[in-house]
Design a protein around this ligand. Structure first.
Ligand code: ADP
Ligand code: ZN
Length: 210
């Protein structure tokens, strides 16, 4: 089984959903920079205050902040722990920094068409507590506005509005897309088609981590 996994793919490609499933079923620790940053914003920490403006506009938070944050997290992991990186790295500089600390053995790229991404993001609803995500038409919660898993009230992320979504996709293309080549050249890239039924996608994801 692969032990150190990077999830690649545009915003809305399902990194969070698939990463969460992998962590639940197979015991990986999932490290999501997005979840960490949103928590920092909610708690009003120094990091949160620095990051909020970037996040709300769909821009990337500066590399040094993110790299420090991840270094700290990685240093707390027990040796041998299986880890999934979700939303990190997002730039070549971040990927280099990660590579210096840990040997990545799989970069799993979820491939989804742009038109589908906009629809997914703008109709996404998220759980602030357990980070589960739902969709107003494709993956409705059993009870409207309530998380199936933990019962918390769902919310729409500030950056899931129409204007910011387009900006995030552009930022992705400019900064993060080059990582597909980056990991391809290292010989550890696997691309999985990220459209279709969630369980079918998960089956392919599991195949890739084996
Ligand atoms: P998504 O993948 O749906 O865009 P995330 O939750 O991963 O959402 O990230 C939300 C926002 O947090 C990003 O738009 C960005 O501002 C910030 N962010 C998250 N991870 C990183 C990172 N590795 N580098 C820079 N900024 C980041
Ligand atoms: Zn929840």
């Amino acid at each position: 089984m692969k032990s150190k996994i990077v999830l690649l793919g545009p915003p809305g490609s399902g990194k969070g959903t698939q990463g969460e499933k992998l962590s639940e079923e197979m015991g990986y620790v999932r490290l999501s920079t997005g979840d960490m940053l949103r928590e920092a914003v909610r708690n009003g920490t120094e990091l949160g205050m620095k990051a909020k403006g970037y996040m709300d506009s769909g821009a990337l938070v500066p590399n040094d902040l993110i790299i420090d944050l991840m270094k700290e997290k990685i240093s707390t992991l027990e040796p041998g722990t299986g880890v999934i990186f979700d939303g990190f790295p997002r730039t070549v500089e971040q990927a280099d920094a990660l590579g210096e600390q840990i040997e990545i053995d799989l970069a799993l790229n979820l491939d989804v068409a742009d038109c589908e991404l906009v629809e997914r993001l703008t109709k996404r609803r998220s759980c602030p507590e357990c980070h589960c995500v739902f969709h107003l038409t494709h993956n409705k919660p059993r009870q409207e506005g309530v998380c199936d898993k933990c019962g918390s009230l769902l919310y729409q992320r500030d950056d899931d509005c129409d204007e910011t979504v387009c900006n995030r996709l552009e930022v992705y293309r400019k900064n993060t897309l080059p990582l597909i080549d980056y990991y391809e050249r290292k010989g550890i890239l696997v691309t999985v088609e990220g459209t279709g039924k969630m369980d079918e996608i998960f089956a392919k994801v599991k195949e890739a981590v084996r």
